[in-house]
Design a protein around this ligand. Structure first.
Ligand code: MG
Ligand code: MG
Length: 247
């Protein structure tokens, strides 16, 4: 679907709220904080900006952000029982709705000092996101995004999750088509100005396998190694990709 200038303007506003949720939660991450406290920080941003949450109530999800530490890939439920410790990594996924239009973005950061492999995993995953974003130009094909993400992640010796992917976004958080983080064997749809996508590589230090926890939400690596997740919402424009979820 192609969005009008005024629709993209609303998505830009939603994206700025998401960026503010990132800044606020990032500033709150420290050893001893619980993931429920991070959720409360994000809720205050939504309230202050008059935005609605696209996560809260989504298939019954009970929070406004997802918090996924260490070997958890995505979809972690914030909890009073999950305390972050020095040396952990934490992925925080945030979303917001302004006037019916959605923004969605995620980042991973260290809690205090983290080991060298975790730092490299986060750097490579973020670099793979930007390599994917560069492919979002009018006239290109969508699945060049996944090809670029996969190349960056695998060149570093890491692996890309297959079961969870990015997506188009607009008046719903998850719209078609999907945006795989790997080359799926076909070039995919032609990209046109006005299309908006959430690109979100999930990169594992070990193998690509995943497992869902008994709570039905948290997705962890099958081998117990760490995973990182970075995401932005991006509009295809005549002047190239415009990242809507930057401050
Ligand atoms: Mg997200
Ligand atoms: Mg998303």
């Amino acid at each position: 679907m192609r969005r009008s200038t005024s629709e993209i303007d609303k998505m830009r506003r939603a994206g700025r709220v998401v960026a503010e949720m990132h800044q606020a939660t990032r500033a709150a991450v420290r050893p001893g904080v619980t993931t429920a406290q991070l959720d409360a920080v994000a809720r205050r941003v939504l309230e202050r900006r008059g935005a609605r949450s696209n996560f809260l109530g989504y298939h019954g999800f009970p929070a406004v952000i997802c918090t996924s530490p260490n070997d958890m890939i995505v979809h972690g439920i914030p909890s009073d029982a999950v305390v972050l410790h020095e040396g952990d990594i934490i992925s925080i996924d945030c979303g917001a709705i302004i006037e019916g239009y959605h923004g969605d973005a995620a980042f991973t950061m260290g809690v205090g000092e983290v080991d060298a492999e975790s730092r490299r995993l986060m750097e490579v995953t973020e670099a793979s996101l930007w390599a994917g974003i560069e492919q979002l130009t009018a006239g290109n094909r969508l699945h060049e995004v996944g090809r670029a993400v996969q190349q960056v992640a695998e060149a570093a010796g890491f692996s890309v999750v297959r079961e969870y992917v990015g997506h188009a976004i607009g008046t719903k958080m998850h719209e078609d088509p999907q945006v795989p983080n790997y080359w799926p064997g076909t070039p995919g749809p032609l990209l046109k100005a006005g299309m908006v996508f959430a690109v979100e590589p999930m990169v594992n230090a070990g193998g690509p396998g995943t497992r869902v926890l008994d709570d039905g939400w948290g997705v962890v690596t099958a081998d117990g190694r760490r995973s990182a997740h970075f995401e932005h919402t991006i509009a295809v424009t005549d002047d190239g990709p415009e990242v809507l979820t930057l401050p």
